[in-house]
Every structure is written in C-alpha cells, then in structure tokens.
Design a protein around this ligand. Sequence first.
Ligand SMILES: Cc1ncc(C[n+]2csc(CCOP(=O)(O)OP(=O)(O)O)c2C)c(N)n1
Length: 339
Amino acid sequence: MRSEKAINYHMFSSDTNQIAQRLGREFLIEQLKRMLLIRNFEIRAESAYQQGKIGGFFHAYIGQEAVQTAAVAVMGKEQWWATSYRCHALALLLEADPNELMAELYGRATGNALGRGGSMHFYTDRLLGGFGIVGGQVPVATGAAFTLKYLEQKGVAVCFLGDGAVVQGAVHESLNLAALWDLPCIYVVENNQWGMGTAIERALSIEPIAETKAPAYGMKGYTLDGMDFFNCYAGFEQIFQEVLQTSRPVLVEVLTERFRGHSISDPALYRSKEHLQTCLQRDPIQLLLSCLKLRNWMTDEEFEALDKEQKARAVASMKYADESPWPDPMTLGEDVFAP
Ligand SMILES: Cc1ncc(C[n+]2csc(CCOP(=O)(O)OP(=O)(O)O)c2C)c(N)n1
C-alpha cells in the first residue's frame, strides 16, 4: 500500500488472535501451503518463461496471494468464480491440476485449455475463466449471480477485478443491474495500486473505491487489508453470510500490492525500490508464517519443508509440461466460436 497517500479508509476490523484460535493450526497450515503452491508455481513459471518455454502474456499474482486464498477458504469451491488475466492463483485454489496449468503455459495439448489459451485463460468447472479484456469478467460474473437467483440456487458469484477495471463502463452496468435485481454477487476490487504503469490516483477520480462507490449503487462497501490473511478471512466470512442472507450484491476493495511488474515484460521502473521494499515487509506469506510461529504452530524448519514440497510440485509440473505433446495443428479450428 502506498503509505504516502492520505486516504480515509474504514478498514474492516478483525481480531487475528480470535480468528487464529477459531481456525486452528491444521487449517492455517493448509492455507499457507496453498499460498506457497501459488508462489512456487509462479516463480518456476517465470523461470520457464525466461528460458523461452512459455510465450505470450504472463501476469504474476505474487504478493496478492492472501486475498483469493482467504476468499476460497471461506466460500468454498462450489461458488461461481471469475477473475482477470491474473488468474493462475484462482485456478490453483479451485484445484485445477498444476500439471495441467503448467502445460497450458507451455502451450501443450495436455494444457488446461488444450494449449490454446495460455496464461490469461485458465478455467475450472467453477472458474468462468481468466479474462484478457479489462473488466470483461464482470458482466459474466453478474450473469452467474443472475442464474443463481433465477434457478433459486443457494450460493454466490465472486468476481475479482483490478483497480484499473473500476472505470470500465461494463463494470458500472453490472453493478447497477446487480443492485437493481438483488443479485448475489460479491465484487472484489483487488487494489494493487497500479493499472499497468499508471498509479491509481492518476486514473480514478475518487478513492476509497468500495466505500465511495458502493453507496451510489445502494450496496454495502467494505475495505480489507489484502496482505493480511486473517483480515481477508474475517471480512469475506461476514460478507459471504450477508450476501447469502440478503441476496444483495456487495462491493469490496482489498488493498494489496503486486510484487512484480504488471506483466513479466514490465520491469516496473515507475515504482521506487524503497516503496517495493516497504511492500515486501508485508509479504502475506511471511505475515501468516509469523502468526503461526508466534503460537508455536510452526518452526522455520517446518516452513522450509513445506516450501520445498510445493517447489517440488511446481518443478514436477514443468517436467510434465516439457514432456507433453504439442497440439496437433489439425485441431486448431475445433471449438472456435465464430458465429
Ligand atoms: C478493455 C481493455 N482496455 C485496455 C486493456 C489493456 N490493459 C491490460 S491490463 C490493463 C491494466 C488493468 O489494471 P487493473 O485492472 O488494475 O488490474 P491489474 O493488472 O493491476 O491486476 C490494461 C489497461 C485491456 N486488456 N482491455
């Protein structure tokens, strides 16, 4: 978060001690493990990219892991989920096979989208896809929420979008319809402070995002600390229950920061080293680890072993991808939607 900015946030308040006690050691270690899988998967994939094994766009989620990990931990896989092109983490959290995802990055026939989608278009049966069009996922998630309501099914649609997407017309149309029709949709703006190289204050006329914009649609708005797993968990828990009970949409702003450039080809020279250093001090993985250590629920050795295990999983997925066949060019015209 940019500390130099004086924005009057009303952060969701949560009690880390109380939540940690309630969730317990095993559950929290499982969440740490998921965050480590995401981190290791992306770090390995970055190296594969540098070796020329992966082509096209590539947007890392590194630094933001606590947000989607907490959301999935609270709401479970069975909701409808949608996100932007920064979609590696959500696919892993919704239990797509890392082998299949790495093979997709490598453009192989065994990939998650048969090697045709690449980094920006992972999906699962409940992940409606990563979207390359900024804000493109927002009407889709709103449609999923409409389906839930229309079919009288229990559940919510969860839509992640970036701070840069907030000013897209489709976002406003979606929020308006969701509020008008009482659709159970949770819109989560992951405010990582930048839209490509543009600082948020140069793109948005008003901040905070959720707290100022939600009332304009007659919705509730919340602000969460995206580096703090516990704050995200507690916030999403309350929001999820509220949406299930009221079927009213909610707008959430989660303050976070990506530790990498916008994409792999962006050296992020617009961000000072000092600022990045400050952000790294609140690495969500380290914050969760320190909470576990404080309770004697995990030692450094145990953490290293867990990290190593997840790294091995990522490395194994690279081997799988490397050994997978290329798609047959004869199949290129298949499954193409061109009315
Ligand atoms: C409709 C549209 N306009 C512009 C772009 C180019 N573009 C790709 S990512 C991006 C920035 C989006 O930033 P944000 O929504 O904050 O998401 P983040 O990358 O920070 O996760 C832009 C402008 C696009 N893909 N789609």
